[in-house]
Write a protein that binds this ligand. Structure first.
Ligand SMILES: Cc1cc2nc3c(=O)[nH]c(=O)nc-3n(C[C@H](O)[C@H](O)[C@H](O)COP(=O)(O)OP(=O)(O)OC[C@H]3O[C@@H](n4cnc5c(N)ncnc54)[C@H](O)[C@@H]3O)c2cc1C
Length: 396
């Protein structure tokens, strides 16, 4: 049976940052992913300032700055009337700012850096089970092979097999029945210098300009909450639904969706792992916490987890620290995830506005408040995660 110091399961942003951090400290690490290769479509579209810092420290920024869009604000409309413009308002004193860049590009740069550090991703390699004892973890793969790792890091997303194998619970609730998403080329003469949020009594519709591979200049991310329907929705169903919703919620008539490059219909859950560590198994990213995509915090929180975990695990693997250091990982990162879950769920509920009273508060109080520069600065700062520090955390 093959042996390795650390096996990272999952080559999404959390797994890649974990692996880069471990490899940079000289740890023998392997990375496996069940997918046949890198994803070309993208879920996250913003790398907040703390995420930029982490990638800089890892030497993984590459050309991300050149490939990102300038930060855009969001114009908010209530029943098609402009009510507020939520500007992105970073503090000029900070040395890093958020980048509007796709998750696919970020993962590409992290893979490039990982290869430079001497580790390649093993695609088509699905973990099916893991059992641990005092000295290590025996991992089983779908093809029947096994691997012995001293430590196992589960970055295998929301449906984590590693989390299940370690017996770590993932309690939580559903926040939103159904959200539709389409990244699509749209024949629409809308100004691309800002995103748009359309608030209607039936729900919301977001339109976010995206940078295209060849930047044809008409790629948009459309998102809307809709009542749940039974069964799978095809790309054609989702596109047709957006074509119905655009005139109703955005007052946009005659808009044609030319081609959708990615569509998704998903439920929003809020879930937090009961622990981030069980013996020799550790979790990071979506394997440990999931929540609403509104606010763009998921990938960034996972990147922060992974950096925190990687330097601690590398000290433990090399024998320079006792394994109790690993307990500070959950102690530092889990409270942050609790806070991210709380704020993203609260903001999503306010913005979706279920019920007449909630909509009144949203349209007359919450959205107009977003015009305030102070509110904009606070929201930008909160989203940046630059405020995260561990001074109150336990001693290592
Ligand atoms: C619509 C949408 C928009 C979003 N927007 C933002 C945003 O703007 N900003 C933001 O920060 N976040 C955003 N997020 C969240 C973000 O995409 C996730 O938080 C992020 O991808 C989590 O990264 P991860 O590496 O933890 O997990 P994932 O990206 O899910 O990666 C997990 C990897 O593990 C692999 N895997 C799974 N099971 C196994 C197995 N058994 N064996 C081997 N490999 C396995 C998978 O193939 C996958 O590659 C958004 C999410 C959605 C759905």
């Amino acid at each position: 049976m093959d042996r390795v110091d650390v096996l990272v399961v999952g080559a999404g942003p959390s797994g890649l940052v974990s692996a880069c951090g471990l490899a940079a400290h000289g740890v023998a690490v392997r990375v496996v992913d069940r997918a046949s290769g890198p994803a070309s479509t993208s879920r996250a579209n913003i790398l907040h300032a703390r995420g930029v810092e982490v990638l800089q420290r890892l030497g993984a920024m590459g050309d991300l700055r050149e490939r990102s869009l300038a930060p855009v604000g969001m114009r908010m409309y209530v029943r098609s009337r402009p009510i507020a413009t939520m500007r992105f308002a970073p503090d000029d004193r900070e040395s890093v700012q958020a980048l509007f860049v796709s998750q696919a590009r970020i993962e590409e740069q992290l893979r490039r850096r990982l290869t430079e550090l001497g580790t390649d991703i093993e695609w088509d390699t699905m973990v099916t089970a893991a059992t641990q004892d005092a000295a290590g973890v025996t991992v089983e793969f779908a093809d029947g092979t096994r691997l012995r790792a001293k430590w196992l890091v589960g970055c295998d997303g929301a449906h984590s097999v590693v989390r299940g194998a370690a017996g770590i619970e993932f309690p939580g609730v559903s926040v939103m029945e159904q959200f539709l998403l389409a990244d699509a080329h749209v024949a629409w003469d809308r100004d691309r210098s800002a995103s748009a949020g359309f608030y209607h009594r039936d729900g919301l519709l977001l339109a976010i300009p995206m940078r295209d591979a060849d930047d044809g200049g008409d790629l948009w991310r459309l998102m809307a909450d809709v009542p749940a329907v039974d069964g799978q929705l095809s790309t054609a169903d989702i596109v047709a639904r957006f074509e119905e919703l655009l005139p109703i919620r955005a007052g946009a008539t005659g808009v044609r969706i030319r081609e959708a490059i990615w569509t998704s219909a998903f439920r929003i859950h809020r879930r937090l792992a009961s622990d981030y560590r069980a013996g020799r198994v550790l979790l990071a990213g979506d394997a440990a916490h999931i929540h609403s995509p509104i606010g763009g915090q998921g990938m960034n929180t996972g990147i922060g987890d992974a950096e925190n975990l990687a330097w601690k695990l590398s000290l433990v693997v090399s024998g320079r620290a006792d394994e109790r250091l690993l307990d500070t990982y959950a102690a530092e990162r889990r409270p942050l995830a609790t806070e991210v879950l709380r704020t993203t769920s609260a903001n999503t509920k306010i913005l979706v506005g279920n019920g007449a009273v909630a909509r009144f508060v949203r349209d007359r109080v919450f959205i107009p408040l977003l015009n305030s520069p102070k509110v904009q600065q606070k929201a930008t700062r909160t989203a940046s995660q630059l405020w995260v520090d561990y001074r109150q955390g336990p001693p290592g």
